[in-house]
Design a protein around this ligand. Structure first.
Ligand SMILES: [Mn+2]
Length: 337
């Protein structure tokens, strides 16, 4: 039999799993396919190992990922639950967070808790207070790392639901195998997932071809109100709560717009300014790959990858636009007029 050489040092993680029965898993707020894929894959895998896994996230499961929820295991954590969900938990596993504050309301209890904590991530940030951290900024997705962990424990347990969940993280974090992190290793993993029965077309359609008509309408509004700067190298848009309401949409209908705007010819960086509340502005950046945008996000307490990053600003939307565009222009070595 071919000897598996793990890419990461999982010894302590393996031991922690072996010594645990109840394992609580969580990921960042507004979770994406990577965080959710890690949770689902590990849930099915840990069950096969005879463990008692539970998943609590500070956000609801987005409807496009409902297909991962075969056993109804994705639970929404709310502040009222307090420490009750940690009762009897032997191990906490956290995936794909970037920074600890992105855990949302469960984060407070995770950081306070004396339960053994593991963080597996590919964001190049400081992670803080975890007993074991396995971080690889070069990993195309965290499910890529989890695949390595699962192979290192028992690859014979990989079945279709596990493979599909691992594939989801890989697909979504590589932008459907388009971004710079689409490495040979990433594609090799994809092949292995297909060998376990994953149907790429089916997974893709479930995640990406379920745009609700109201989201399409709101995207239309955004595209009609797009601003171009620096001869079209920068494109940005803003959405106030009032605008969203007058389009008949809700905050959660805003999804993937910054990616779409980046796809416009000659646009190097796209920026979204989204008003969540009074003086609470979510800023998202996407870059085609020539300029890194996570430096700006880090400076303002946010985070992300070089070409996909975000942050929250406590100021009015017009102040946010002024401040952030100035910093974006500096990335291009230009000043605004
Ligand atoms: Mn990720």
């Amino acid at each position: 039999m071919k000897q598996l050489v793990p890419k990461y040092k999982w010894d302590r993680v393996k031991r922690a799993i072996e010594n645990s029965r109840k394992i609580l898993m969580t990921t960042h707020i507004n979770p994406d396919g990577d965080g959710l894929g890690c949770e689902a894959a590990m849930y099915y895998f840990l069950k096969k190992l005879g463990k008692d896994p539970v998943i609590y996230n500070s956000s609801d499961l987005p409807p496009e990922y409902e297909f991962l929820n075969r056993e109804g295991m994705f639970k929404r954590y709310t502040k009222q639950m307090g420490s009750s969900v940690f009762k009897g938990v032997d191990l906490i596993m956290v995936f794909d967070i970037g920074t600890p504050d992105r855990l949302g309301c469960i984060g407070e209890y995770v950081s306070k808790s004396s339960i053994l904590k593991i963080c597996v991530d590919h964001h190049p940030n400081k992670h803080g207070n975890f007993d074991i951290e396995i971080v690889d900024p070069d990993a195309p997705s965290v499910t890529f790392m989890i695949f390595d962990l699962i192979k290192c424990i028992d690859s014979s347990l990989i079945d279709y639901p596990i493979a599909e969940a691992l594939y989801v993280g890989l697909l979504t974090d590589t932008g459907s195998f388009r971004f710079e992190n689409t490495t040979i290793e990433a594609l090799k993993m994809a092949i292995e997932m297909l060998e376990h029965g994953v149907k790429p077309g089916q997974v893709y359609r479930q995640i990406y071809e379920n745009l609700r008509p109201i989201q399409a309408k709101l995207l239309g509004y955004v595209l009609q109100h797009l601003h171009y700067e620096l001869s079209g190298k920068v494109a940005w848009f803003s959405l106030t709560r009032e605008e969203i309401k007058s389009e008949g949409a809700k905050l959660e209908d805003v999804d993937g717009f910054t990616d779409f705007v980046r796809s416009i010819k000659d646009v190097e960086v796209s920026v979204m300014f989204l008003e969540l509340d009074d003086k609470k502005i979510k800023v998202n950046f996407r870059s085609k790959g020539r300029v890194a945008v996570n430096g700006i996000a880090h400076r303002h307490g946010g985070g992300g990858h070089p070409y996909a990053a975000g942050m929250l600003l406590q100021m009015s939307i017009s102040e946010a636009i002024g401040l952030v565009l100035e910093e974006v222009f500096e990335l291009f070595g230009e000043r605004s007029i």
